[in-house]
Design a protein around this ligand. Structure first.
Ligand SMILES: Cc1ncc(COP(=O)(O)O)c(C=O)c1O
Length: 362
């Protein structure tokens, strides 16, 4: 590790693979012998076209997407998708089901309601403070999609298995776990993910949409809010966030060529999360907040005996080169986000620090 870098447990924007940052640094002033930075070249140039096409091709290979799916790059973050999904996919007279598993799903629901779309909250885990993922949900048979948040960044829960929907396509916000595990895309009609946790920097959102969902989009939508615009123009209808897409391309290259694909990434992520949860479960000093069976492999949320100790923990951790461990401001506590680019070595260092903090304060 470069000596002045810390172990980064930020929830997003989050750690990027060091080799990716170094590759950006090396190519920054003279991208592919153009004599210009990637930030200075035309989005219509051959050099950039290769970048975006390679990012799409790698996404297709990593997720094993067939020609039925389109890969799009959209600005506005995942929050923009909360609005675009119902706008594009719930036509007049149609309805969709949503599952409420905390802040981000609640926001997605609100955006559909703001547009006066017909939606039903088919299940919610609000009754136990969103500490679990609901199971055995009865979905409406005529729903055009079922919306879920596959990983709940704030509450530290994750769908281990996706719900049985009786063939209704799932629309998933995968902002905080995209490309972190092997995925069977057959159940999904649309997947979206803000890049800034697992696949890149802020500024771009990846949208993977199945052609039959694209067919549902009305032509009357404003051009930039219509998924068909992005699909028809390879996300190049207007100037896209070139630098963010370039970084995504490099992260996907790292995933494919260095890590060796999603099954391998998942094995590493399971090892990292296992190490941390096993340690937390072995003590009375730390307490995991998500219920067993619903725990996230990406965001490990936990409490200490009191808030003062939590504050001290976060500060002392930072003093020891372990950053970003404060829980989301809406829930407090502590959170270690251990996305793809956070190494096993970083998690082992965290566990060591947690143990010494416990010995000093327990
Ligand atoms: C699961 C999830 N969805 C949506 C968002 C919002 O993303 P953005 O800031 O890109 O709009 C976040 C941000 O942390 C998130 O974790």
């Amino acid at each position: 590790m470069a000596s002045d870098r810390i172990f980064n447990f930020n929830a997003g924007p989050a750690a990027l693979p060091l080799v990716v940052l170094e590759e950006i640094q090396e190519s920054f002033l003279n991208f592919k012998e153009t004599g210009m930075s990637i930030m200075e070249i035309s989005h219509r140039s051959k050099a950039f076209e290769e970048v975006i096409n390679d990012a799409v091709a790698r996404t297709r290979r990593l997720l094993d997407l067939d020609e039925n799916f389109q890969v799009l790059f959209v600005q506005g973050g995942a929050s923009m998708q909360f609005c675009l999904v119902p706008m594009n996919l719930i036509a007049e007279g149609k309805s969709a089901d949503y599952v409420d598993t905390g802040t981000w799903s609640t926001k997605a629901i609100k955006e559909a309601q703001l547009q006066k779309k017909s939606i039903r909250v088919a299940a919610s885990s609000e009754d136990r403070n969103y500490a679990y993922i609901p199971r055995d949900i009865a979905f409406s048979r005529d729903a055009v999609f079922v919306h879920i948040t596959s990983n709940n960044t704030i509450k530290g829960t994750q769908w281990a298995d996706f719900p049985q929907t009786g063939g209704i396509p799932i629309v998933a916000d995968m902002s905080s776990d995209i490309m972190s595990r092997a995925l069977d895309v057959a159940k999904f009609g649309l997947i979206y993910a803000g890049a800034q946790k697992n696949i890149g920097p802020a500024g771009v959102c990846m949208v993977i949409i199945r052609n039959d969902m694209l067919d549902m989009v009305p032509d009357t939508l404003p051009t930039m809010l219509n998924y068909k615009t992005y699909a028809a123009k390879n996300s190049l209808y207007n100037t896209p966030p070139c630098f963010a897409i370039f970084t995504v391309q490099l992260v996907l290259k790292w995933l494919e060529e260095t890590v060796g694909g999603l099954a391998k990434m998942e094995a590493i992520n399971r090892q990292k999360a296992g190490l941390l949860y096993d340690y937390i479960d072995s003590t009375d000093f730390y307490r995991a907040t998500a219920e067993a069976g619903s725990r996230s492999l990406m965001n490990v949320t936990f409490r200490l005996p009191n808030e003062n100790l939590e504050k001290q923990f976060v500060q002392e951790a930072l003093d020891n080169g372990l950053g970003g461990l404060k829980g989301h401001r809406s829930v407090g506590g502590c959170r270690a986000s251990i996305y793809n680019a956070t190494s096993l070595e970083a998690v082992a260092a965290l566990v060591d620090f947690m143990d010494s903090f416990k010995r000093d304060h327990g």
